[in-house]
Ligand binder design. Structure first.
Ligand SMILES: Nc1ncnc2c1ncn2[C@@H]1O[C@H](COP(=O)(O)OP(=O)(O)O)[C@@H](O)[C@H]1O
Ligand SMILES: [Mg+2]
Length: 451
């Protein structure tokens, strides 16, 4: 992409309504525009990051054996009356009436719809286990939408639902989700800590929330400092193995880590004092096991192979896809702007031409652009006739992790400059060397990169 042809409405001024850094930078970097309270348009740069996050979520869900599909945003109220949640949900649910006077709603979540799909088509234990998921917009009429995409009214969520014959199988599905979530967040450059949480309106016994530590987080969290040393890393796991998935759950949840809702002073007192941490966190996901709550209410039963018919054991598992864009910025920025982790960056490298219009610089940038693209990387080339300072400021604000600067002085000896956004360090090298370096850095994140 060439900046002269792109749509990147960067703001000079800091918008007054934005209270936290991710909201400020998303507005300033031209990533989003508020359409109405808690509802946003995703402008091209923001949309690109959102899509990238969505893609990582899909890849990790499919890797875990979960099956993608898509359910609608608008739902009939009938199913919610059946489950009893039409009355229970309260004013957060946006209720709509269609022209035939039918009660509809904009889905805040999808347990009812998916349970209806399941009961219509699955009748035998032989079709289990089954986990279906989708990534779809949700609407919750939050009383106080704030912090931009972090607490919106309309937001994008991945929600997955497991159906199993036994509690044991359903707990395996729970553990599988935990493992896949750890992988998902790490690929986005995030550490998200599973914490024991409260089950709230969905109901159920077992639930963990995944929290990214950040001062602006809405939840107060209490944890044993040893937990931040844990990394999932690039270990391979057999998602069908109950033992392997359970071992990961035990590893990541055996130390104290709870939100204020489940915090327990008596248990907390057992954590050695020097390891006790009280902080704030952003909830980026949650997993639930809730047993037969919906399957009983809605008649989702299967033949158990022994002549009986039993309600299936279920769980639901969410990732806040649009919230993650803000959470990543909260976790990774400095005073000049965003610093995207390599896994989610909208463009992998920015090319800055210090002397636009100079035949040598223009030609070198064009060659570089082609060579970077041929490697399978996406460059954003600042080809505008702006001062160098303004170009650097834009690149710093939008946060591409790597920048190649091309200027007349370096070109005399065939050199360009490769700069890390994170450290600010620059190195002179040939364009070929810069591209090879980038290919090495990005290869673990993007399989399409040419060797
Ligand atoms: N209002 C919102 N705006 C943006 N993301 C949200 C919002 N509400 C929930 N999410 C995201 O969706 C994920 C799954 O939703 P869920 O756990 O059902 O939400 P909650 O904990 O708010 O009831 C949450 O972990 C969070 O990351
Ligand atoms: Mg939650």
């Amino acid at each position: 992409m060439r900046l002269s042809r792109y749509f990147l409405p960067v703001l000079k001024e800091t918008p007054a309504e934005a209270q936290i850094v991710s909201h400020r930078y998303m507005l300033r970097a031209g990533m989003i525009k508020q359409a109405s309270a808690g509802i946003y348009s995703w402008l091209p740069l923001g949309y690109k990051v959102l899509r990238r996050i969505e893609q990582i979520v899909h890849e990790e869900q499919v890797r875990a054996g979960h099956i993608p599909m898509l359910m609608p945003t608008l739902q009939s109220a009938d199913l919610w009356k059946e489950s009893g949640r039409y009355d229970a949900y309260g004013p957060e649910m946006l209720r709509i009436r269609d022209r035939h006077d039918r009660d509809m709603l904009y889905g805040p979540t999808n347990e009812e719809l998916i349970t209806d799909i399941f009961r219509s088509h699955v009748t035998s234990y032989k079709d289990l286990p089954l986990t279906l998921y989708h990534i779809q917009w949700k609407f919750r009429d939050e009383i106080r939408p704030r912090f931009g995409v972090m607490r919106g009214r309309e937001f994008l969520m991945k929600d997955g639902y497991n159906f199993d014959l036994t509690k044991e199988d359903a707990l395996h599905a729970y553990n599988r989700h935990l493992v896949s979530y750890l992988r998902t967040y790490e690929r986005m450059g995030l550490q998200a800590i599973p914490m024991r949480a409260d089950s709230g309106p969905i109901g159920g016994d077992d639930t963990h929330e995944f929290l990214v530590l950040a001062e602006t987080g809405e939840s107060e969290v209490f944890y044993d400092s040893e937990i931040t040393d844990l990394k999932f890393g690039d270990r391979t796991i057999d998602y069908d193995s109950h033992d392997q998935c359970r071992a990961v759950l035990e590893e990541f949840t055996s130390r104290y880590a709870r939100t204020d809702e489940t915090h327990d002073e008596a248990v907390w007192a057992d954590v050695p004092e020097e390891r006790r941490r009280v902080a704030r966190g952003i909830e980026v996901g949650q997993i639930f096991y809730f047993g037969t709550k919906y399957s009983e209410a809605m008649g989702a039963v299967v033949d158990d192979g022994q002549g009986g018919r039993v309600p299936v054991h279920m769980g639901s598992h969410g990732i806040g896809v649009s919230r993650l864009v803000g959470a990543i910025i909260e976790a990774s920025h400095d005073e000049n702007g965003i610093i995207w982790p390599e896994g989610v960056t909208p463009y992998q490298v920015g090319i800055v031409n210090l002397k636009q219009g100079d035949a040598g610089c223009d030609a070198a940038c064009e060659d570089l652009y082609k060579a970077v693209t041929a490697k399978g990387l996406e460059p954003l080339y600042d080809d505008r006739s702006e001062r160098a300072g303004a170009k650097f400021a834009t690149m710093d604000l939008i946060g591409l992790p790597w920048r190649i600067t091309v200027g007349p002085r370096g070109l005399k000896s065939g050199m360009v400059e490769l700069t890390s956004r994170r450290t600010g360090e620059s190195e002179e090298m040939t364009p070929e060397a810069a591209i090879a370096r980038l290919a090495g850095i990005y290869a673990p994140h993007y399989p399409q990169i040419a060797g």
